[in-house]
Ligand binder design. Structure first.
Ligand code: ZN
Length: 509
């Protein structure tokens, strides 16, 4: 699949620029076209397709329209997308996005035109007032390309309503995401690397939320960062506080963390509840119905709530990705008060429900610049059978540890809360044969380490634990050590200690 991208014009094309009265810098159309084209190429680099540019990407050379068309035809590109910005309003208001095909066109050109229009309007929110935003027009690059072709005008450079918007970097990001999403849909492009999802299925009753407020690598095993937060520092003590709803076991140690948690939320024993509907200061989520994972009575559900309902055992809020099987948009997320910046291409923690009683805790690396509006997240998680999916973090906070295997992004950022799950293994019955087998395996595994170690030193705490657990009988020697009584057969102290370790491991499951 070869996608030909044409950023219209070059830096020196006469007249093609923003209206001075609106944009004193008179930004050149080429600059805007190129910016979107570059971003589009960057997004498509994450997909199983190739791209080519037929403009001079430095903007210095005026590549003619016939040269552009000839290059695309020669390369046998599968689709041709020409990116422009419009003019013709002369300082009035209105405008919007317009997309064209040639009067004599392949049916597929219309499919592409309609998709790029639909997706860019959705991603940018730039609603125009053109009578015919989907049009046919005799344009050289559409007329003479041999593959399906469309030309899109991404808003007006001389409109008081469009121009301030199309000049922003954010608009270019959104426009590129929309164009990419359209191409992904029409040509069923697949993310490179298969878009692997790390997934742990946890029975809802085995999942807890814990407020830890500590660097992410110090959160222990079988947990994942969960929940958006804000960073603070007081008296030299850095700490974090939640911004969305949170009902969690409180396991933080900092003085100021507790002080401000008491101020903003409520404690019932070690259970802490932050109801973002009850805290308005510097909280953009205040009073909004925000998507929240709720666990009560061992059952999990997702709801949009303004305030935490009574009887909630655990709760954590997140950016909605899928709700009731439907893809969520950036506009929806912003409507709940979320900052949309963590939707970029990076690692994310997500939590998903399929209606099977399990909560799926997931790590996923998105490829697109806006995982919602590009349709990427919806495609991935609908494909996995999810009904509801929330995004609980992104980028610097991402951290997951499962059975000792850690997946994380680089910095060791302080995080606020984690989802923690208990691991239940089938526990084999502890017969004497089973114990002997464990001891043999354990000894083999530790042979090198233990071979020359005097047993007394390292063995004592294990023996003590085994005695305390009632597995061995022992007598306290009154000097901090334990004298073992009654081994069943001739056994070295080292073997006995290792047996103690092994039994304890097995007993703990
Ligand atoms: Zn143009």
């Amino acid at each position: 699949m070869l996608i030909c991208i044409d950023a219209g014009h070059y830096i020196g094309t006469p007249g093609k620029r923003c209206l001075k009265s609106i944009d004193p810098g008179e930004t050149r159309e080429w600059t805007l076209n190129r910016r979107v084209a570059d971003k589009l190429e960057a997004i498509l680099a994450g997909y199983d397709c190739r791209t080519m540019r037929v403009d001079d990407v430095t903007g210095q050379r005026d590549v003619t329209l016939s040269q552009r068309v000839a290059a695309a035809n020669r390369a046998k590109a599968d689709v041709y997308l020409s990116i422009h910005h419009n003019a013709g309003i002369n300082g009035g208001s209105g405008g919007g996005i317009v997309a064209y095909v040639a009067p004599s066109h392949q049916k597929q050109s219309e499919v592409v035109r309609d998709a790029v229009y639909r997706y860019t309007v959705a991603s940018t929110g730039l609603r125009g007032n053109r009578a015919q935003p989907l049009a046919e027009q005799s344009l050289y690059v559409c007329n003479y390309t041999t593959m399906p072709a469309t030309l899109i005008e991404l808003g007006f450079m001389d409109s008081t309503t469009d121009t301030p918007i199309i000049l922003t970097e954010q608009f270019a990001d959104q426009a590129a995401a929309g164009l990419a999403a359209a191409l992904v849909e029409v040509y069923d492009l697949q993310p490179k690397g298969g878009g692997q999802v790390l997934m742990t299925a946890v029975p809802a009753e085995d999942l807890t939320v814990e407020l830890v407020d500590r660097p992410k690598s110090e959160c222990g095993d079988n947990c994942a960062n969960a929940g958006y937060f804000a960073n603070y520092s007081e008296g030299g003590e850095p700490f974090t506080l939640p911004v969305g709803h949170l009902v969690a076991d409180y396991n933080a140690s900092g003085k100021w963390t507790r002080h401000y948690c008491q101020e903003r939320g409520r404690f019932q024993g070690d259970k802490f509840t932050f109801d973002s509907g009850g805290w308005s200061y510097a909280n953009s989520l205040h009073g909004k119905a925000i998507s929240t994972l709720l666990i009560s009575g061992g059952k999990a559900r997702v709801e949009e709530i303004r305030t935490v309902p009574e009887g909630t055992d655990y709760a954590v809020s997140g950016i909605p990705v899928l709700r009731g099987g439907k893809a969520c948009t950036t506009a929806q997320a912003k409507g709940q008060g979320w900052d949309a910046s963590p939707l970029r291409a990076t690692w994310h923690t997500l939590v998903g429900l399929k209606g099977d009683g399990m909560v799926y805790v997931m790590g996923w690396q998105s490829r697109t610049a806006n995982l919602l509006d590009s349709g990427e997240a919806a495609r991935v998680f609908r494909g996995l059978g999810f009904v509801d999916v929330l995004k609980l973090d992104g980028g610097g906070s991402y951290y997951q540890s499962r059975d000792g295997v850690v997946s994380r992004t680089g910095e060791n950022r302080r995080i606020n809360s984690v989802l923690r799950w208990t691991v239940r293994e089938e526990r084999p019955e502890l017969t004497e044969d089973r114990v002997r087998q464990i001891v043999r395996e354990e000894l083999a595994a530790q042979e090198a380490k233990l071979a020359n170690a005097p047993a007394d030193g390292w063995a004592v705490p294990y023996i003590r634990q085994a005695v305390e657990a009632g597995i061995l009988t022992g007598v306290d020697d009154g000097q901090g050590g334990v004298t073992i009584a009654r081994p069943r057969a001739h056994t070295t102290r080292q073997e006995l200690a290792t047996m103690g370790v092994a039994i304890l491991k097995a007993a703990r499951g």
